[in-house]
Write a protein that binds this ligand. Structure first.
Ligand code: FAD
Length: 516
């Protein structure tokens, strides 16, 4: 698959079609597909592309049942594909059923909505049009009857059955069903308000509302902040025993009992730990930067920017702050075209009164511990470090609101060992970092881009099953950060998010001790 084409890149989670892959993607696929045929020069297509990307993020969990693709008809190669599918105007959308035959031209979705919600509903309507060849990963989307629910546990081996009670015109139940399709030990069914037996048995008064129903016939209402898709999905994904398919069902207790690995440090998962921040400094300055014995050009500028924001804003122990300041003063006074890492290292490793190095020469993860040695750790601490720095950055007459973000961008580009991560981050930075014009925007920009990465990585191999990637902070962590817009769409309350981040990453909130 190409990494980039026209208006989209591979990290948009949209399949980029080419003459070579088009048949393999569209025909005989186990998932249905919606394809956008566009021309990169067309203004409407440029205007539609953020909506298409946003839809891809919004229905990412539905992928095994329905996937999105795009092709640039203005591209010489793309033209042949677009002609073959009879495309004459842009943007055009076509729906391909699962297991479409090779000669299929797809179904034109004329007059499609230009907003994510409308497109989602259109997709659900189209999923319903499958007849014999229902996409195998797609759970039933029809309404459930009382009889079906009565016999549900005879044929389904799940712990939880979530019933979304709603009116006929509501899509919430089906959206939540699809949001949970990659999760085990839970099934979701929609029940209409007209299903009188069930409605009165459970005493349902609100539509929509969600109930958990168990094999013994007992039930309880799912308590959420708002009766809306995002809140049901957040809550159901977190029920005990519910895990993403294929991920091990491990608990912290299992980990603590497991004596073969380094001792697990108990920690409060809603706090930042200094040990993670110092470990991030240790790894970046003694390992990542060290892999360049001579540092020059763009890399030298990146290191200077990084040290400058660390010296100004790192909220650590006084001795560590003193060290960072010394390193920064030394570095900024180097006016040659290159420096030797060994000279930088000599200062970094300085000791005070023959004790240990000021900056501990160890990795001691606490809040960033992973359930396996290869999970979390350093990348977790890099995010945490830069969130802390964006929050600590102070306004001065000469300050640049993008100072910390630019330091992060150039550090990641020049030194961050995960090159794929660096490329993705650079893509996001190039797209929108220039629009950040206040320190508050900088804090929010990093938060929202981190959430984009979380969205893309949810379910990936690098996801720790004990610390699933979520759109952060969850409604439990910050109820006021979450809200709903007019028709039940989830929305972030940016002011509340900012207040939450400013407190969460503040120096006063950082813990120096973990629970032994
Ligand atoms: P992390 O995502 O590392 O988050 C660390 C902590 O930050 C969380 O535990 C939580 O407390 C908090 N947090 C979570 N979300 C937010 C948010 N939105 N705002 C503020 N705080 C938050 N891995 C890849 O496989 N592919 C990539 O392309 C990729 N790109 C990356 C780019 C950068 C710049 C960095 C630093 C890392 C990247 N990674 C990538 C690694 C990946 O993002 C995670 O860091 C890693 O998988 C560890 O995940 P984690 O569960 O510890 O949580």
């Amino acid at each position: 698959f190409p990494a980039e084409a026209g208006l989209y890149t591979a990290s948009d989670q949209i399949i980029l079609l080419t003459p070579e892959n088009v048949d393999a993607v569209l025909f005989n696929s186990t998932a249905a597909l919606v394809v956008e045929f566009y021309a990169s020069w067309c203004g409407h297509c440029v205007a539609f592309s953020p909506i298409w990307k946003s839809l891809a993020r919004n229905i990412k969990e539905w992928k095994p049942a329905i996937d999105l693709a795009a092709i640039d008809c203005a591209d010489e190669q793309g033209t042949t594909v677009c002609t073959r599918f009879g495309i004459t105007g842009y943007p055009s959308l076509k729906f391909f059923h699962a297991y479409s035959k090779k000669e299929s031209k797809g179904e034109d979705l004329r007059g499609f909505s230009r907003d994510v919600r409308g497109l989602r509903h259109l997709i659900i309507d189209k999923l319903h049009t499958h007849e014999e060849t229902w996409p195998p990963a797609c759970p039933p989307l029809e309404t459930a009857s009382e009889t079906e629910i009565d016999h549900f546990f005879e044929t389904n081996n799940v712990q939880h059955l979530a019933l979304v009670f709603e009116t006929d015109d509501s899509y919430v139940g089906r959206e939540v069903t699809l949001d949970l399709l990659q999760y085990e030990n839970i099934a979701v069914r929609r029940v209409l308000n007209t299903e009188e037996g069930l409605v009165s048995k459970l005493g349902v008064k609100d539509f929509p509302s969600c109930y958990l129903y168990y094999s013994a016939g007992n039930f309880s209402r799912l308590h959420v902040q708002s009766e809306a898709r995002a809140f049901y999905t957040y809550a159901l994904q977190r029920l005990p025993g519910v895990v993403r398919s294929g991920k091990p069902r491990q608990t912290i207790t299992d980990l603590i009992k497991n004596t073969t690995r380094e001792q697990w440090r108990l920690f409060n998962s809603s706090r930042v730990y200094m040990s993670d921040l110092e470990s991030a400094l240790h790894y970046s300055l003694r390992v990542e930067v060290a892999s360049h014995p001579v540092i020059s050009g763009e890399r030298l500028t990146a290191l200077k920017r990084y040290m400058s924001v660390l010296a100004k804003y790192f909220p650590g122990r006084p001795v560590v702050r003193g060290l960072l300041k010394t390193l920064d003063i030394w570095l900024q006074s180097q006016h040659g075209s290159e420096i030797k890492y060994s000279a930088f290292r000599d200062i970094l490793d300085r000791t005070v009164e023959n004790t240990d190095a000021v900056l501990p020469d160890v990795l001691r993860w606490v809040g960033c511990q992973g359930s396996q040695p290869h999970l979390r750790g350093y990348p977790c601490s890099v995010w945490t470090l830069f969130h802390v720095l964006t929050v600590q950055a102070k306004n001065t007459a000469s300050s640049d609101p993008r100072e910390v973000l630019q330091a992060m961008r150039s550090y990641v580009r020049s030194f961050f060992g995960c090159r794929e991560c660096a490329a993705h981050f650079e893509g996001m930075a190039a797209e929108s970092m220039h629009s950040v014009n206040t320190l508050s925007n900088a804090v929010l920009w990093l938060w929202s881009r981190h959430n984009r990465v979380n969205n893309r990585l949810a379910g990936a191999l690098s996801e720790d099953p004990l610390f699933p990637k979520i759109q952060w902070p969850s409604p439990d962590q910050c109820p006021r950060c979450h809200g709903v817009r007019g028709k039940g769409e989830h929305s972030w309350n940016d002011e509340e998010v900012l207040a939450f981040l400013r407190s969460y990453f503040s120096s006063e909130h950082i813990l120096y001790d973990y629970l032994e």
